[in-house]
Each structure stands twice: as structure tokens, then as C-alpha cells.
Design a binder for this molecule. Structure first.
Ligand code: CAA
Length: 240
């Protein structure tokens, strides 16, 4: 039986490439999305991947959605906490809402989904959790105190949960993408982005597939001895 994989924010950007990569690796993938119906519908039509709508930052919605997946398909065995948003600005201009939205969606979602899936993984003595962090959680980034804090939190969350999951066959790892050619990065002002690209030793933005290949590897049965690690995929921009 194909293992059940849940990818949050799995219909667009890096998440869409992860969903497709896992499907191509033989997983039964369910991709979640928060609100962009049109994108989810065209993703599903193109890939044949089932999509489910809920807010990953909302604990009750996560618990309900994971229970529904378990009832329909079986327990989630592979969880990719990918959902993420930006609300970039300097702290002087950042509102409390901009802080909360990013912390809830990017970091709170890791708790919500991991907790909702953990018992099922433990019962099956197998689990793969991959949390998508960021180079900006490792190095910080001007204009991103909210995002850097959330992503940095993901790296701590990963190492703590890895210790709890190990004896149940549950591995927990993070991937720290650098600047990847997605809508999120294209929202960075062009002059700022140009300077960022100039600092990437590989001389280009990443592709969503560059990140997806890492997720496919870390969620494979063969990656059983890798847990609590962070895989940086950033073209050499930050060596951590
Ligand atoms: N270092 C030092 N100073 C900087 C700076 C930097 N990196 N960036 C901007 N400044 C300075 C500006 O020069 C300006 O100075 P002056 O007032 O003296 O001219 C001052 O900061 C304020 O700049 P702005 O008026 O432009 O402020 P703003 O609020 O309109 O915009 C910003 C600031 C939001 C940070 C904007 O520069 C920006 O979007 N930067 C890019 C942020 C970024 O990299 N986001 C990543 C998004 S992608 C992602 O997050 C995915 C991932 O995981 C990698």
C-alpha cells in the first residue's frame, strides 16, 4: 500500500513541487491549501492529486482534517510542514497582526499538524516529518523579524520532536531552502532581489524541484537513520 503523505501549502510553489515529487515516488499524496481555490483546482486537475482546504494555523481545523484523512485513506505516515507566508517589513512598521499571522501559519502549523499526526505514526511505528525552514531562519533577514523568528523556531521544533519520535520510528528533519523562484520570492523588490542573487555562489535562484528532491529523500524508507538534521538547499548562499 502506498504510504499516505500530507503536504501543507501543497498546491502552489515549493509545496506543489513537493506534492508531485512524492506522488512520483509512489506516495498517496494529499495537498492542503488555505484559500486559493482556483490554484488548487488547476493543480488537482493537472496532477490528479487530491486537495483539501483548511487553515494550517488553526489547531481545530488541522485536527479535523487529519482525522478525515485517516478515516478516508488511513493514518498520515509522511507529513511535510511546508505552509508559509511572508509579511515583510521593518519592525518599525510591523503590526502585531503581521507578527501573529506569520508565527501562526509558519510555526504554529508545525505544532498543529505534527500533534494531529503523531499518535497515528506512533501506532504504526513509522513516521516521516519534514519541516520547511529557511535560510532566513538560520541567518536572519532585514525586514523579516516575524518570518525569521518562525523559521528559526522550526529548526528548534525539529530537533526537539526528533528526540521524541526516534524510539517510535518517526524521523523529524528540516530543510532550509534559500531563495527559490516562487511567487513569494518574486514579491521581493527587484533591486533587492538582484543583490540577493549576486550573493548566491551557484549564481541562480533555486527551483521548487531542488527543494522537492530533498523532501523525497528525507521521507524515503531508506532515510531511517537521519533525524533531527537540517538540510540546507541554498546554492551555497549560507553555510551553516
Ligand atoms: N540591510 C541594511 N539596510 C537595509 C536593508 C538591508 N538588507 N534593506 C533595506 N535597508 C534600508 C533601506 O536602505 C532604507 O534605508 P534608508 O531609509 O536610509 O534609505 C531602510 O532600510 C528602509 O527601507 P525601505 O524604506 O525600503 O523599507 P520598507 O519597509 O519599504 O522595505 C523591506 C524594507 C521590506 C525589508 C524590503 O527591503 C524587502 O522586501 N526586502 C527583502 C526581504 C526579503 O528578503 N524577504 C524574503 C522573502 S522570500 C522568503 O522569505 C523565502 C525564503 O525563505 C528565503
Amino acid at each position: 500500500m502506498a504510504r499516505i503523505a500530507l503536504v501543507t501549502g501543497g498546491t502552489r510553489g515549493i509545496g506543489a513541487a513537493i506534492s508531485v515529487g512524492l506522488k512520483n515516488a509512489g506516495r498517496h499524496v494529499i495537498a492542503t491549501y488555505a484559500g486559493n481555490e482556483a490554484a488548487a483546482a488547476s493543480f488537482s486537475k493537472e496532477t490528479g492529486i487530491e486537495t483539501v482546504r483548511f487553515d494550517a494555523g488553526d489547531y481545530d481545523q488541522c485536527a479535523t482534517a487529519v482525522a478525515a484523512v485517516a478515516a478516508n485513506h488511513g493514518p498520515v505516515e509522511i507529513l511535510v510542514n511546508n505552509a508559509g507566508i511572508t509579511r515583510d517589513t521593518t519592525i518599525a512598521k510591523m503590526s502585531r497582526d503581521m507578527w501573529d499571522a506569520v508565527i501562526d501559519t509558519n510555526l504554529g502549523s508545525c505544532f498543529n499538524l505534527s500533534k494531529s499526526c503523531f499518535d497515528g505514526m506512533r501506532a504504526g511505528k513509522f513516521g516521516r516529518i519534514v519541516n520547511i525552514g529557511s535560510i532566513n531562519g538560520q541567518a536572519g533577514q532585514y525586514g523579516q523579524v516575524n518570518y525569521a523568528a518562525a523559521k528559526s523556531g522550526i529548526h528548534g521544533f525539529t530537533k526537539a520532536l526528533a528526540q521524541e519520535g526516534a524510539r517510535f520510528g518517526i524521523t523529524v528533519n528540516a530543510i532550509a531552502p534559500g531563495y527559490v523562484d516562487t511567487e513569494m520570492v518574486r514579491a521581493v523588490p527587484a533591486d533587492v532581489l538582484e543583490k540577493i542573487i549576486a550573493r548566491i555562489p551557484r549564481g541562480r535562484l533555486g527551483t521548487a524541484e531542488d527543494i522537492a528532491r530533498g523532501v523525497v529523500f528525507l521521507t524515503s524508507d531508506n532515510a531511517d537513520f537521519i533525524t533531527g538534521s537540517t538540510l540546507s538547499i541554498n546554492g551555497g548562499q549560507h553555510m551553516y
